[in-house]
Design a protein around this ligand. Structure first.
Ligand code: AMP
Ligand code: MG
Length: 350
């Protein structure tokens, strides 16, 4: 398949690319496009054949539902059975933005989009290119992240091209994604609402609206095999670079010590090692491919750089990546969720 590319530097001047990409959506094709969380791979959420193309292009498991992106709240009446009061309050505060809410769906949303569930995740992105694309297409756009399934999500156009060139109809590029990790998913079909995936809108921010909002326990305790994640997608290994990922959790001092010890063992075994660290600890490491995610005082930067850094290690052909950890609070929870999944929950506690 020939993939057409369009790059938006200035939304006013480059509007023609929005029109081209929206025509592809209207005609049942698939388009990779920027959002503030990560780049998405979109299709008309109401068109079964178009939605099937997303699963095929990504190699996505059929039981992993898609998130539907909208550009105005009015659309909710057309695609959901009800909008609970709390959802209205939450969307007034956090939409447009990196928050998906799970609603009961109307039949107009095909089962292919919701992977057979009677609920549907919906989000209004804040990225201007994304909003304009949805408006111009005139339909809700179903869009998972624009990567081959299992790989780290793309946060820039180049990465979408690497994963999807020749597999999709159009790749629409713009700036790199501001948040860098996928949206928070909040199930508001239950009471109190439950976070199914941590993301850019934090538990602390949501608790300001309802103190009872909590996190799906399966996300925190992977040792309890009886706990099944409520978001189907959360059970898959995810966000994995080609290299093996090892995650070290504990105090900074012990972490630094452990990472150095592991690194030298790997090097002795003839492996090329990458270490993912922070500005505060950088000077404690001397060997291997060392990349800092930024300062621990600025978790937004760390989230923003996380996926592109995992892919940078792959470009350096390392065999194993050893990563430091972060606190499970604020945006740290979303960062740790991605890291734990990237290492397949093979965590070294020190
Ligand atoms: P992605 O778009 O690649 O970030 O993946 C979407 C995520 O949202 C996956 O983890 C899905 O399992 C989750 N999701 C989408 N729709 C629903 C739903 N109706 N109920 C629970 N989780 C959902
Ligand atoms: Mg994804």
């Amino acid at each position: 398949m020939d993939t057409k590319l369009g790059y938006i530097k200035n939304l006013n001047k480059d509007k023609k690319y929005i029109v081209e990409a929206s025509d592809v959506i209207k005609n049942g094709g698939i388009v990779a496009f920027p959002t503030e969380t990560v780049y998405g791979l979109g299709a008309n959420a109401l068109n079964i054949d178009a939605v099937k193309k997303i699963f095929k292009a990504k190699g996505r498991p059929q039981d992993n539902p898609l998130i539907v992106h909208i550009s105005s709240k009015e659309v909710l009446d057309e695609i959901t059975l009800e909008v609970p009061r709390i959802a209205n309050i939450i969307m007034d505060r956090f939409w447009p933005g990196p928050l998906t809410m799970i609603f009961k769906k109307k039949d107009i949303i095909p089962n292919e989009t919701s992977a057979g569930l009677n609920t549907i995740g919906i989000r209004m992105p804040s990225d201007e290119v994304a909003l304009n694309l949805i408006k111009e297409a005139g339909v809700p756009i179903a869009a998972p992240s624009a990567n081959i399934s299992g790989r780290p999500s793309p946060t820039d156009m180049e990465t979408c091209i690497l994963d999807l060139n020749g597999r999709v109809d159009y790749i629409l590029g713009s700036d790199s994604s501001e948040v860098g990790v996928e949206s928070t998913i909040l199930d508001i079909t239950c009471n109190p609402p439950c976070i199914l995936r941590p993301g850019g809108i934090t538990l602390e921010m949501l608790k300001e609206i309802d103190d009872k909002i909590y996190i799906d326990k399966s996300l925190l305790d992977k040792n309890d095999k009886n706990l099944k994640p409520k978001a189907p997608g959360m059970k898959y290994k995810h966000y994995a670079p080609k290299a093996k990922v090892r995650l070290v959790e504990g105090s900074i001092e012990k972490t630094v010590e452990k990472i150095n010890e592991m690194m030298h063992n790997y090097i002795d075994d003839g492996l090329k090692v990458g270490i993912m660290v922070t500005d505060e600890t950088l000077s404690n490491y001397k060997d291997g491919v060392i990349i800092s995610l930024g300062s621990r005082n600025n978790l937004s930067t760390i989230a923003k750089k996380l996926f592109s850094t995992l892919r940078e290690f792959d470009n350096n052909n390392v065999d194993v990546i050893i990563s430091e950890s972060f606190e499970d609070t604020g945006l740290g929870l979303a960062i740790m969720n991605r890291l734990r999944k990237a290492c397949g929950f093979d965590i070294i506690k020190v």
